[in-house]
Each structure stands twice: as C-alpha cells, then as structure tokens.
Design a protein around this ligand. Structure first.
Ligand code: M6R
Length: 613
C-alpha cells in the first residue's frame, strides 16, 4: 500500500509532492512525510495524525527552504511499527544525509539490522524500511553513486518493495527501484519524476515509463537511466495511460464512494460496450485465447481477495449454469500456499480492481508456474497482474478512489458473467435463443442499476433507522449468498459494525444460536429458484426475535410483509441480480457509516491497494 512521490528539477518540488500525495493518500493515510534535498542538507517534515497529516505538511511548507533541488514524499499504511511520527517516512541514515521512502515489506530486515547494528548503525524507528537508508549509507561510504549504491542494496533485500532515495552528495538525483510493488517514472520540461501510481502524475505529464522488477533507475532533471541488478543498461519502456485526472475528482459529490456508487450504470455500460451484442454474440479478443484454446479448457478457477473474491462467487454460478463448466473459487491469499492441482487445461481468472494486490499477483504467478492458462480481470490497464497474465480483460470502470469497492465490484461480476456467456456460446452449451436472452439481460443491467440508484433516499432512510445496530447477519442463497457476503463486508469496513454473512440454509447448523431480539438480519430475498426456502429461513430468525430487513423485487408485497424494513430493487432475472441487489447494501453501509460520522472514503485501518501479504 503506501504512496511514493519523487521530484527533481522542479522550481517548487515541495508543491509538486504535496499535490501528488493528496492523490496518493487513498493508498494509506496513517502518516505522511516529505524530504527536500540540496548539496548541504535534508529538510524533513513528517506527521502522523491519521487522515490529516497532509494538512500539517501544507502548513509546514511555509517554513520550507527555497531552492532545494529534489525531494521525496510518502503517505503510509502502517505495517511494521505503529502509526506514529517516528515511523513515518522518509527515513534517514545515521549521518542525516540519505533519505528513503518505501512501499512493501523487507522480509529480511531483522537479519540486515543485526549486521548493520554490529557495524555501529543505530535506528530511530521500528520500521522494516529504515534499514535501506543505512544500507545506502554503507554503500555510499565506499564512493559509489546513489543509484549504484541502491543497486547493491536491492541485491540484499528479500520481499516486495518500491523504493526512492535521495542524498546530499548528489542532490539532483533520485534513485528508485522496485520488486513486485509498483513504481513508475516520468519527465516533463527539465523535471524528473517517480511515483507509485499513475494517478499521482497524470495531472503533470503523460511522458511516463515503466520500471520492471529488480531494475534501478537514476532520475535526473533532464535524464532517466535504468539498469538491471546485473548493472547492465536497460531501455526505457513507455507507459500507455487512458485515464485523466478529471475522472479521478469528486465532481460535486460529498465523497468518492457516493460518486462511484452513482457511476455504476456508466461503468457497467462501458464494460459491456463492444463486447456483447443483442444477438448474443461476444467479442473478447483481449483474452488472447483462440477458439481451440477455449475448447481445450476443462475447468475454470476464479480467484481474488475481498470484494473481488465475492464477485468470483457470483461468476462461478454463471460458469456452471450457462457454460456447464466445472468452476471453482479461491481466496487468492490462501491459494498460493495450497498444493493446488492445475494444468494446461485449467483457466485461472485472477480478479483485482487495482491489479496490484500482492496476494492475487502471487496466486496468479503460482497458477502459471503450475501450468494453467491465466487471465487478469482488472480495472487498471498495464497493471502488475495484467502484465503477468497470458491475457487481460479490463473492467473499464474508471478510477475507483473510495477504499470500499463499489463500481469495480459490480463491473467484475458482469465481466465474469460476460466471460461465462462467451464460453457458453463457444462450447455450444446454450442455444442461440438463450444466448440472445442472456445478452438482453446483461445489456439491461446498467439501466436496472440506475433504477436502483434512483431509490437511494429510501435506502438511506432504512440506514438512518438502523444507524445504532450492533450485530447484523446477512443471509442469502446461490447468488444471493455472494451478495450477502459483499453487503456484510461493506458494513464492516465502512460502519465498523459486526456483520456476518451466512448461506441462509446454514443458520440452523449453528449460527442461529446467536439470534435474539437484538439481532438484525438482512436477507437477500429476491425471487429465484430458492425464494421459498429463503422465506422459510427468514421465518426461523423471526421466530427468535430478529429484526428483519429484506432486499426484494419492486412491489413484492408477499416478501415485504415478513420484514420490518425492505430495500426494493427492480425485478431482474436471478443469476443477473447481484450487480443490482448489491446497490441497496452499498447504500445501507454508506448511510450507517455517515450517520456514525465515519470517513467513508478512508475507513480506519484500511488502504485501497493492498501490496503486502
Ligand atoms: O484491488 P483488488 O480488487 O485486488 O482489492 C481486493 C480487496 O482488497 C478489495 O476488494 C477490498 O476487499 C475492498 N476494500 C472491499 O471494499
């Protein structure tokens, strides 16, 4: 997680960094810090007031020295060491002439510290990151330049990292390196730039470059050079980007989450555009799988973390039901450590909004190692995941800044359904007429989601009445269970309410012991194959005193009659319902969180992009 910015050659490097850090804050907001450098000294300011550190840095900017040549900045999501100022980046060496910022985890930091301590280095933080500043100090003492010193250090590091460093000895240079964690390079008019994220640089330049694993960059105001771990020169690889900054701003909404909920119809329409036609035909050239490749696939494994994993649960049902293919779902963080049995006839689809989630990245890499064909289903073009996979499918949702996934979760579900339809047609598992009906259903989703969004005020009224809830149980069956899981996650992460999701039929096998008059049960009770059974499960919890909230179809009086509260959505075929049924649950979590005064875009303890294991 953590955001990194570096700038050299700009007239006002501090201003460039502060603007970029504001755009990077969604990666982590436990603390923020900057360092400016010239040939004489480092000027460092850090602050660790969660979510407010950038304001402090802006105030400190008034005292910043003029004419500093370069700087590096950081916004932190704490891993090693509490979220306090001494652990905030940038970190310095013993002499106070070297500073570094870091994203990721240095796995062997303790071992490295033990050696450095024996050589007389002392540390001033509990972080794993600080070790790099001292390793650089040691290498610079041999007479090496900064980039060469960093190259030698990288050879000693284990783990995933993106690093940027400055020193008073070469005040115009930023040295940068990465392994797995992302880092990009840029330049414009005599200014060199380094950042962890495209969003940080889009407002400044489109002249952007990739840095590959174990490459080390020397960024100067008018030049960028890159070497490999072996010291051999590497070419600069341009980075293509499609997003613009306007799309990453709030557009008058109170927060990004609200904006992103409202963007769902557009995001879904863009995801389907040009890929699905009313006659049921599909065009997914990006898959880079030929017809015979598709024929050879015997099994599909869908994987992701958090909301992406729940999207996979809905996707699995579509693969089984429409394409008649064996489909499994894996939590990416667990998959890598199983002895999964895969082969060339297995297709692994790794789902990730950011395309940077390290658990999903390593799971995909493991799947490739075991011989599977792989697809990255992601929202970020050219992301780590997209580059690692055999093919990439992009969800085209546009930038998602709010930490809670909304429009990206919805587009992941629909993209997986489209992929399932693609396989179904290719393999002749459905009749053309059924394909046409499904295409019609998928193409109607943006409009139906828009109709659900139009009911937002009704959903917020329910949220306000439930704002004091303590324990909430979300129930559903089939795709309704996937929706229940996602609804519970939203309530946990935004409102900090204990919320658990169960397949409704499982309640009687244990969890129902938790139900009494204080419990609130949210049941996904839209009409479908198991509606009657869900109604019976609702009766069971009502009999134990629970307050029941149902998600149901518009005008479904029979379902509404069993509940204290209802969240109506437009009527939609069961298997296509998740992208619509999740809207009121997004609103419920949003409304309860706002009523409790929580920051919905930056919930506590979380970060948008999870680049640590
Ligand atoms: O970027 P990814 O889709 O890989 O992120 C996966 C999860 O970290 C993410 O979905 C997380 O669960 C969200 N905060 C949920 O709202």
């Amino acid at each position: 997680m953590c955001g990194i910015i570096g700038v050299t050659g700009a007239a006002e490097p501090l201003q460039v960094m502060l603007d970029a850090l504001a755009l990077l804050e969604y990666r982590g907001y436990d603390s923020a810090g900057v360092v400016l450098v010239d040939d004489d000294r480092l000027w460092r300011r850090r602050d660790a007031v969660r979510g407010h550190s950038l304001e402090t840095l802006r105030e400190a900017a008034a005292d910043a020295p003029a004419h500093m040549t370069a700087g590096i900045g950081h916004t932190r999501w704490a891993t090693h060491g509490a979220a306090v100022e001494r652990n905030a980046h940038p970190h310095c060496d013993c002499s106070g002439t070297v500073a570094i910022v870091h994203n990721g985890i240095i796995e062997n930091y303790q071992e490295l510290w033990d050696k450095l301590a024996a050589e007389g280095h002392t540390r001033s933080s509990e972080t794993d990151s600080e070790v790099v500043a001292h390793l650089l100090e040691r290498e610079l003492a041999t007479g090496a330049g900064l980039a060469e010193a960093l190259r030698r250090c990288v050879g000693e590091l284990r783990g995933d990292f993106a690093l940027a460093a400055v020193t008073t000895r070469e005040p115009q240079v930023i040295a940068a390196a990465r392994r797995t964690s992302p880092l990009i390079l840029g330049r414009i008019d005599g200014t060199g730039l380094v950042a962890s994220d495209i969003a940080a640089l889009l407002g400044t330049t489109r002249d952007l470059y990739q840095l590959a694993d174990d490459e080390i960059a020397e960024v100067r105001p008018d030049s960028i050079s890159v070497v490999g771990l072996d010291g051999q020169q590497r070419g600069l690889v341009p980075l293509e980007v499609g997003w613009d900054l306007v799309a990453a701003r709030r557009d008058g909404y109170d927060d990004f989450m609200s904006k992103e909920i409202h963007e769902q119809p557009r995001a879904l329409a863009d995801t389907l555009m040009g890929r699905l036609h009313v006659d049921g035909t599909t065009e997914l050239e990006e898959l880079r799988l030929t017809g015979s490749d598709l024929d050879e696939i015997e099994r599909v494994v869908l994987m992701g973390c958090g909301s992406a994993y729940y999207a996979c649960l809905s996707g699995r049902i579509a693969f089984e039901h429409w394409a008649r293919m064996p489909a499994e779902v894996e939590i990416a963080s667990e998959f890598r450590y199983r002895d999964a049995i895969l082969g060339e006839h297995t297709l692994v689809v790794a789902v990730s909004q950011s395309g940077e989630t390290v658990d999903t990245f390593h799971a995909l890499r493991e799947a490739r190692r075991r011989g599977a064909k792989t697809i990255a289903l992601t929202n970020v073009v050219d992301s780590l995941l997209a580059r690692e996979a055999d093919g990439a499918l992009y969800t085209r949702a546009g930038p998602e800044i709010g930490v809670a996934s909304t429009k990206c979760h919805a587009t992941q579900i629909v993209m997986l359904q489209l992929l399932a339809l693609h396989f179904a047609r290719q393999r002749g598992a459905i009749e053309p007429e059924e394909g046409r009906d499904l295409a019609g259903g998928l193409l109607a989703l943006p409009g139906l989601v828009g109709r659900a969004i139009a009911r937002m005020d009704d959903y917020f009224s329910v949220a306000n009445r439930l704002s004091e809830v303590q324990d909430v149980y979300f129930l559903g069956r089939r795709v309704g269970y996937a929706v229940a899981l996602e609804g519970a996650l939203k309530l946990k992460e935004l409102a900090y309410v204990r919320a658990e999701a169960y397949p409704a039929g499982e309640m009687k096998h244990g969890p129902i012991a938790l139900i009494d008059e204080s419990a609130v049960v949210v049941a996904v009770a839209t009409r479908g194959r198991l509606w009657e059974k869900v109604m019976a499960n609702i009766a069971e919890v009502k009999a134990r005193g629970a307050t029941v909230v149902v998600v149901c179809g518009e005008g479904d009086e029979e379902t509404k009659a069993v509940a204290e509260e209802f969240l109506e959505i437009p009527v939609v075929p069961e298997l296509l319902s998740p992208a619509v049924a999740i809207v009121p649950l997004q609103a419920l979590a949003y409304g309860v969180a706002r009523a409790r005064g929580n920051d919905v875009d930056r919930p506590r303890n979380l970060a948008k992009v999870v680049t640590v294991e």
